[in-house]
Design a protein around this ligand. Structure first.
Ligand SMILES: *Cc1c(COP(=O)(O)O)cnc(C)c1O
Length: 404
C-alpha cells in the first residue's frame, strides 16, 4: 500500500514535465486506494477521523484533509487538479454548473458599488445574472462590442473592478483580443475574466494570454457527451481563495458523481477537440461554397475579420460554425427541419452534431433590437460539429439546404 502511494506520488511529480495530452489523462489522481486504476468516485457527504484530536485539527484547518463534501471531496479535487494542469492555473474551484462557477467568481470578488465592463456577445444567462441579480446588489455592468477597443477603454469607470468576455463569441465567432483586455484591466487595477467554454484548454489558454481568471461550463466539451451539468473557475491561489470561500458557504459545489464523469471526459478531450476542429473547418469551407448560404462565421476561415488574431491566440478554431442562409426565419427553420442526422438542440460540445436557430432559442429572450444590434439575424443558424463521419454530416447539410 505504501509502495503504491509512493508510485502515485512519483507519477504526479513526473506529470509536471508532461504534455497536456498526458496530463488530461493522469493529472490530479488522489493516491491511496489499491484498486484504483480508474479514478474512484468518493460518494460520501462527510469524512471520518482516527481520533477526536484529528477531527479537531481537520475542522480547524490545522491539517489538510476533507471535512464535508460541500467544501471538498477527493473526486472533485481530482477534477480541479486536472483542469488546473491543463489551463496552467495554480488552482481550480469546481462548481455545480458553469453559471455557479461565474456566480462564485462575481460574488467572491465584487461588492456593492463595483462596476463590470462586459462584452455584449456573451451567454444569455450571464446577461440575466448581471442585469437581474448583480444589479439588485448594486453591482452595475456596461456592455461593449468584444472587438471595439475604443469602446472598452471608454466604458472604464473609477469603480470598474472586472472585465468580462467570451472568445470566440457565440454565435458569431467574434474574437476578443485577450492580451489587449488584460493590459487594459491591469492598468485600472481590475481583473480580466474569460469564459473559455467554446475553446476548452486544448484550443486556448487565457491565463497564458494575460487573463486573471478563466471559467468553463464543463457541461459542454469537457463532458463531451451531454450527460452532466458542471463548471469550474481557475486562476492563482490568491484569486481562487475568495471564489472558494463563497462556494463552500453558498453551496454551489460540484457533486462527486459529476466530477467523475468530467474526469473521464477529460481523458479524451484532446483527441475529441482535434476532431471537432478539423470537421468544423471542413463544414465551414463547404458552407461557404453553397449558393443558399449568405455568410459563414468561423474564425478558421481566412475571410473572418479576426482570423489572424484567432490564429495567434488559439491552437485551432473550435467545433462551432454559424452561418446565415439567404432568406429569413422561414428558410432557416426549413433547413433545420430537413436535417435527418443532426440533432435539433441548443446545446453544443457533444459527440453528436447539433443545429439551432439562435434568434428563437439561445438568444430568444433578447429584444429584437438587441438581437439586431448584436448581429443575430433571423436567417442565422448555428451548428456544433460532432464526431460523426464528415461525409455523413455534409450529406445531411446538403439535403437540408436543398430543401429551403
Ligand atoms: C453553457 C454556457 C455557460 C453556462 O454553463 P452552464 O453549465 O449551463 O451553467 C456559460 N458560458 C457559455 C459560453 C456557455 O456555453
Amino acid at each position: 500500500m505504501s509502495d503504491l502511494r509512493q508510485r502515485q506520488q512519483q507519477l504526479q511529480a513526473l506529470l509536471a514535465t508532461c504534455d497536456p495530452a498526458t496530463q488530461a489523462i493522469r493529472a490530479g489522481q488522489v493516491s491511496g486506494l489499491e484498486q484504483e486504476h480508474n479514478d474512484a468516485i468518493y460518494a460520501t457527504s462527510s469524512f471520518v477521523y482516527a481520533s477526536a484530536e484529528q477531527a479537531a485539527e481537520r475542522f480547524g484547518g490545522d491539517t489538510p484533509g476533507n471535512v464535508y463534501s460541500r467544501f471538498t471531496n477527493p473526486t472533485v479535487t481530482t477534477f480541479e487538479k486536472r483542469m488546473a494542469a491543463l489551463e496552467g492555473a495554480e488552482r481550480g474551484v469546481a462548481a455545480s454548473s458553469g453559471m455557479a462557477a461565474l456566480t462564485s467568481i462575481f460574488l467572491g470578488h465584487l461588492k456593492q458599488g463595483d462596476h463590470i465592463v462586459s462584452s455584449h456577445s456573451i451567454f444569455g444567462s450571464i446577461i440575466s445574472l448581471f442585469d437581474n441579480i448583480l444589479a439588485k446588489l448594486g453591482i452595475s455592468t456596461t456592455y461593449v462590442s468584444p472587438t471595439d477597443h475604443a469602446a472598452w477603454q471608454q466604458a472604464i469607470q473609477p469603480n470598474t473592478r472586472m472585465l468580462f468576455a467570451e472568445s470566440p463569441s457565440n454565435p458569431l465567432a467574434e474574437v476578443a483580443d485577450i492580451g489587449f483586455l488584460s493590459s487594459l484591466a491591469h492598468s485600472h487595477s481590475a481583473l480580466l475574466v474569460i469564459d473559455n467554454c467554446f475553446c476548452t484548454p486544448v484550443v486556448q489558454n487565457p491565463l497564458a494570454l494575460g487573463a486573471d481568471i478563466v471559467m468553463h461550463s464543463a457541461t459542454k466539451y469537457i463532458d463531451g457527451q451531454g450527460r452532466c451539468v458542471g463548471g469550474i473557475a481557475l486562476g492563482s491561489n490568491k484569486l481562487m481563495e475568495p471564489v472558494f470561500a463563497f462556494l463552500r458557504t453558498a453551496g454551489t459545489t460540484m457533486s462527486p458523481f459529476n466530477a467523475w464523469v468530467f474526469i473521464n471526459g477529460l481523458e479524451t478531450l484532446q483527441l475529441r477537440m482535434q476532431a471537432h476542429c478539423a470537421s468544423a473547418l471542413l463544414v465551414a469551407q463547404w458552407l461557404q461554397a453553397q449558393p443558399q448560404v449568405e455568410r459563414v462565421y468561423y474564425a478558421g476561415l481566412e475571410s473572418h475579420p479576426q482570423h489572424k488574431l484567432a490564429t495567434d491566440q488559439q491552437n485551432g478554431f473550435g467545433g462551432v460554425v454559424s452561418f446565415a442562409v439567404k432568406g429569413g426565419q422561414g428558410e432557416a427553420w426549413r433547413m433545420i427541419d430537413n436535417t435527418q442526422l443532426i440533432s435539433i438542440t441548443g446545446n453544443f460540445g457533444d459527440a453528436k452534431s447539433t443545429i439551432t436557430h439562435p434568434a428563437t432559442t439561445t438568444h430568444g429572450k433578447m429584444t429584437p433590437e438587441a438581437r439586431a444590434a448584436a448581429g443575430i439575424g433571423d436567417n442565422l443558424l448555428r451548428i456544433s460539429v460532432g464526431l460523426e463521419a464528415i461525409d455523413d454530416i455534409l450529406t445531411d447539410l446538403q439535403r437540408a439546404l436543398a430543401a429551403i
